[in-house]
Design a protein around this ligand. Structure first.
Ligand code: ATP
Ligand code: MG
Length: 137
């Protein structure tokens, strides 16, 4: 089994969609093995998205990710990284397939409702970022 980091972003938390989104994960067979609400500081959001520093959307992304609380979760399951990205849908919600989380809960390219790790190495780094004490065994 594999683990991935999911973040329910501030726009989805603000519209009370935590339950609906977690239900999608659970129905897809992903198990929530860690969860934490947090309101990121600019320093934390900048560190988390360091790979995007210098890109034209970076300041807007950090502003958005610090605009309200998020729910970070470690999700576990068979092929969890790819499965999570499949049910999230495309980054740009205009291109997200019908029935995906972003198709249903995104408000814009930046405010696209969820984050999901993109590879095993980033999943490990991102899970450690939010859960330095580790996840449930
Ligand atoms: P995430 O990393 O949040 O799971 P992703 O891997 O699908 O999303 P990335 O390319 O890693 O997409 O971009 C990180 C985030 O930055 C996106 O989820 C989105 O919120 C924002 N973003 C990316 N590209 C753009 C863009 N062209 N315009 C506006 N916002 C963008
Ligand atoms: Mg990404």
């Amino acid at each position: 089994v594999q683990q991935t980091l999911s973040i329910i972003k501030p726009n989805a938390v603000a519209k009370n969609a935590i339950g609906a989104i977690c239900e999608r994960f659970e129905k897809a067979g992903l198990r929530i093995v860690a969860a934490r609400m947090s309101h990121l500081t600019r320093e934390q959001a900048t560190a988390f998205y360091a790979v995007h520093q210098g890109k034209p959307f970076f300041d807007e992304l950090v502003g958005f990710m610090t605009s309200g609380p998020v729910l970070a979760m470690a999700l576990e399951g068979e092929d969890a990284i790819a499965l999570n990205r499949e049910i999230m849908g495309a980054t740009n919600p205009a291109q997200a397939a019908p029935g995906t989380i972003r198709a249903d809960f995104a408000d814009s390219f930046t405010e696209n409702a969820v984050h999901g790790s993109d590879a095993p190495d980033t999943a490990a780094t991102e899970i450690a970022f939010f859960f330095p004490e580790g996840v449930c065994p």
